[in-house]
Write a protein that binds this ligand. Structure first.
Ligand SMILES: *Cc1c(COP(=O)(O)O)cnc(C)c1O
Length: 383
């Protein structure tokens, strides 16, 4: 029987492998491996796609976030409000620039930061809000921008999982002051290696980020700031330019897969399907359910979910746990002083979440295998 992997990068490569090989060959023969016309072209195309005036390519999504925070002059003594339910990099970058992450609890229905909790977390030290469009599902940006404008705060969107997603028909990454993207291979627009970009409508911020990603160099061998070596290379840029043309098709395939999952899983007892806000158009980097009867049956945190996952694995169905421990309880953040129970929604979601196979090329019959396999494992798990 065919196994179903949680994700599959090779079938996408097979689709466009010839196109990529030809473009990469051209870069190899050109001798221009860093910067140059390929990077400029991709930056222009990605700015147009996102609906902003400026895009700066860089080495990763992590660096994109660091460049944004640095350009906004966020550093020691400052606080940035974000979500505890995200990939570590979202908070890591706040600490990396010397500032302090302040975590607010999430809405378990969307997995995103609960925007109703932002205002109570604001202090005199708050400089920015960092909404993370987790799993490709947009945060309520109307509310975030209203709060930010009222309190004169910057907004850095972490769009790493949400390239192409829309809030009220506007692309994420075009609504806050800076949008930060990752082209890590498993993201919806994935390079064949590391890559990232920042987007903005502010030419001054763009110029600062462009300088910072090039060692803080203002003109050749003259330095204004302590910066980074964080460039997007030409080979990744041509690959991304090709893939960008397919992105909307791939994202709508993901949407169709999510709709089918929703339809079949919405009435399964003990399963909570992910919710999309009415003004949001998500791009489903992950399709993540919650196993909600875990509380009654688990002797220890996450054990019920883990047992379902193991049973699925035995029947050849891969799944993932994004994320098993919220950031406020990570060992590295012990010094911030958060206690278990303090952000209860994020904590219980970490015990309940299971991400099912999701990639554009997932066929209908393999998806059916996942759905029936999951129902069967649940029936065998619940007494
Ligand atoms: C992947 C990811 C990042 C970091 O991107 P890299 O390119 O891996 O550095 C940041 N935030 C979120 C939410 C991510 O998923």
């Amino acid at each position: 029987m065919n196994n179903v992997p949680p994700l599959d990068l090779t079938s996408q490569y097979e689709q466009i492998g010839d196109e990529i090989a030809a473009a990469v060959q051209k870069v190899l023969a050109s001798g221009g491996y860093i910067g140059g016309p390929a990077v400029k072209a991709f930056e222009r195309e990605f700015a147009d796609y996102t609906g902003v005036s400026e895009c700066v390519g860089c080495n990763s999504g992590t660096d994109a976030l660091i460049l944004a925070l640095r350009a906004l002059k966020i550093g020691p003594g400052d606080e940035v409000i974000t979500t505890p339910f995200t990939f570590f990099a979202s908070a890591e970058v706040i600490s990396a620039v010397g500032a302090t992450p302040v975590f607010v609890d999430i809405d378990p229905a969307t997995f995103n930061m609960d925007v109703d909790r932002i205002e109570t977390a604001i202090t005199e030290k708050t400089k920015a809000i960092m909404p993370v469009h987790i799993f490709g599902q947009p945060v309520d940006m109307t509310r975030v921008m209203a709060i930010a404008n009222h309190h004169n705060l910057a907004v850095v969107e972490d769009c790493a999982q949400a390239v192409g997603a829309e809030w009220e028909s506007r692309k994420v990454g075009s609504i806050g002051h800076v949008g930060c993207f990752s082209f890590y291979p498993t993201k919806n627009l994935g390079a064949c290696g590391d890559g990232g970009a920042v987007t903005t409508n502010d030419p001054e911020l763009a110029a600062t980020m462009r300088m910072l990603k090039e060692h803080g160099q203002s003109s050749r061998y003259f330095y204004e700031e302590i910066g980074y070596n964080s460039r997007l290379d030409a080979i990744q840029a041509v690959i991304l330019s090709i893939k960008l043309r397919y992105l909307d098709t791939w994202n709508s395939q993901r949407r169709a897969i999510a709709e089918l999952y929703n339809e079949f899983l919405s009435r399964v007892p003990g399963v909570a399907i992910p919710q999309e806000l009415p003004k949001a158009k998500g791009v489903w980097n992950q399709y993540t359910i919650r196993l909600t009867n875990s509380e009654d049956t688990s002797p220890s945190p996450g054990e019920f979910r883990d047992s379902v996952r193991a049973k699925l694995q035995e029947s050849g169905i891969g799944s993932m746990v994004y994320y098993p421990l919220p950031l406020h309880l990570q060992p590295v953040y012990k010094s911030l002083g958060y206690q278990p129970g303090q952000l209860p929604a994020a904590e219980s979601v970490c015990r309940e979440v299971l991400s099912l196979p999701m990639f554009p090329e997932l066929s209908g019959d393999r998806q059916e295998r996942v759905i029936y396999g999951l129902k069967d494992c649940l029936a065998r798990s619940v007494k």
